[in-house]
Design a protein around this ligand. Structure first.
Ligand code: ZN
Length: 310
């Protein structure tokens, strides 16, 4: 069993409008935009990152907003719900805040005996908040008081047709079974980074998801550095997984592989981090372009990338 993985690093999803996406994560949820860049493979599309003050791994959600993208259809083989951690006693605050801001899909549910507040992102993205004793510091500049602000991810909830193989993979990656609730198995990284829970739900007979705006594209797991990433890569390859070579994503190094339930997994390094090309005080403000796309700046800014507000 591996011991290099700390929990989630980031969650990457698809969106339609960049402006609505930015407003929702910065103003409604009070996260910090920690990077404004573009998709490496499609530089006419933004890649927007939101998290805590410095984009600590385990707090970062990233979006590719494709203008006018059709919504995805929820189903098997994807992340069903992305769950954020908020302090004890704050769900009422959040319910009132999200209601007053016109957020859709608000409702309560109980999972593993714990109340959670469900809500939808701007493209129908499925989110929930749970109250957790959580030592992680929130972003203080987002308009949500520190006592209530989001701490980072709590968990990702995967929906698969048969959870067994996915659970086995997660155990291999260092997760341990923590609890069971109906057809859902909860796995947790011991002494993880706070974003260290994965719930695997087996849903037999459901349709497979069709990805689109509001869908999670992949989830990334955190390792401290490139040496640990290579250890994980070798172990996964030796076990038979088809893992990509290490890819430089400017703010982390990435490897990708498909999990048996269909969800795309990534393992990303905590180094070098989002302050490698901007001061912490100004993270996410300027448009940062990967070096190979730098010559496209004028055309991207004038023709393709809609201005987004701070
Ligand atoms: Zn990623």
């Amino acid at each position: 069993m591996l011991d290099q993985i700390n929990g989630l690093h980031h969650v990457t999803s698809l969106a339609s409008g960049a402006r609505a996406n930015n407003a929702f994560f910065t103003r409604t949820l009070g996260l910090r935009r920690v990077k404004k860049t573009v998709n490496f493979d499609a530089p006419e599309v933004y890649h927007l990152y939101y998290g805590d003050e410095v984009g600590t791994p385990g707090s970062v959600i990233t979006y590719f907003p494709f203008p006018n993208a059709a919504r995805g259809r929820p189903g098997l083989g994807e992340v069903g719900t992305t769950v954020y951690s908020v302090p004890k006693g704050t769900l009422k605050y959040w319910q009132e805040r999200l209601e007053s801001l016109g957020v859709e899909g608000l409702g309560h549910g109980t999972t593993f005996g714990q109340d959670r507040l469900h809500f939808a992102g701007p493209d129908g993205d499925a989110f929930a908040l749970v109250e957790v004793e959580d030592g992680r510091a929130p972003w203080s500049g987002g308009g949500v008081p520190d006592d209530e602000a989001i701490r980072g991810f709590h968990s990702a909830h995967l929906r698969v047709s048969d959870g067994g193989a996915t659970e086995e993979l997660l155990r291999f990656m260092g997760y341990e079974e923590d609890d069971r609730d109906g057809d859902t198995v909860r796995l947790r990284i011991p002494d993880g980074n706070g974003a260290d829970v994965i719930d695997v739900e087996t849903l037999k007979g459901a349709n497979y998801a069709r990805q689109g705006a509001g869908s999670v594209h992949h989830i990334a797991f955190s390792v401290n550095n490139r040496a640990k990433q290579l250890e994980v890569r070798k172990a996964l390859s030796d076990t038979g997984y088809q893992v990509t070579p290490v890819i430089d994503r400017d703010y982390f190094w990435a490897i990708y592989f498909r999990s048996p339930g269909g969800v795309l997994f990534e393992v990303a390094t905590n180094e070098p981090g989002f302050d490698r090309d901007e001061d912490t005080a100004h993270l996410g403000e300027a448009l940062k372009l990967p070096q190979q796309h730098a010559y496209l700046r004028d055309v991207l800014e004038q023709k393709y990338l809609e201005p987004i507000e701070d």
